[in-house]
Design a protein around this ligand. Structure first.
Ligand code: ZN
Length: 142
C-alpha cells in the first residue's frame, strides 16, 4: 500500500448542469472501470450537501445549502466501497459574499458547472472496510 504507484489514464471532462456531482462521478468511474485514483474539480454548484463526521456520535452531520456556490476546490480519491468504485470527495465552496465553507461532499450537490479531472492509479485497488476505531469505512493501514 505504501509502495509507489504508477498512474494510468487521465480524464478531463465536464459534468452537465443539473447533474448530481457525486452520483455523476460515481457513474463515470463505474463506466470507465476506475477502481483506484484521485479526483479534482472546480466550477460552481446551485446546491451543496456538505458535512463533517462527529467523532463522538460516530455519524455525519450534514447540511444542504441552496444558492450560488463556487467550487473553490474539490479533491478526492477513488477506491472500492462494497465492491464498487466510490469517490470520496471534500469541497471548499464560497458563497455570494465570498465566504468559504466546506466539508465532506455528499450526494445532493447539484452542478451548475463542473470541470473535473480524474487520475487513474494502476495496481490493486484499495477496498474500504468498516474501521472499529473510527466507525468509518476506511482503507486498511499497512
Ligand atoms: Zn470525507
Amino acid at each position: 500500500m505504501t509502495t509507489a504507484k504508477k498512474t494510468g489514464r487521465t480524464f478531463l471532462f465536464r459534468i452537465p448542469p443539473k447533474a448530481d456531482l457525486c452520483e455523476a462521478l460515481e457513474k463515470f468511474l463505474a463506466r470507465k472501470k476506475i477502481r483506484l485514483g484521485t479526483v479534482s474539480a472546480i466550477g460552481a454548484l446551485s446546491q451543496a450537501t456538505i458535512g463533517y463526521y462527529d467523532q463522538e456520535k460516530r455519524k455525519y452531520f450534514k447540511k444542504t445549502i441552496k444558492g450560488e456556490l463556487e467550487i473553490v476546490a474539490c479533491i478526492g480519491n477513488v477506491s472500492l466501497k462494497d465492491g464498487k468504485p466510490f469517490p470520496h470527495l471534500h469541497a471548499a465552496l464560497s458563497d455570494t459574499k465570498m465566504r468559504l465553507l466546506g466539508g465532506h461532499l455528499f450526494p445532493g450537490s447539484t452542478v451548475f458547472v463542473a470541470e473535473v479531472q480524474v487520475q487513474e492509479i494502476k495496481g490493486k485497488p484499495y477496498a474500504r472496510r468498516l474501521d472499529s476505531a473510527t466507525g468509518l469505512p476506511l482503507w486498511p493501514i499497512r
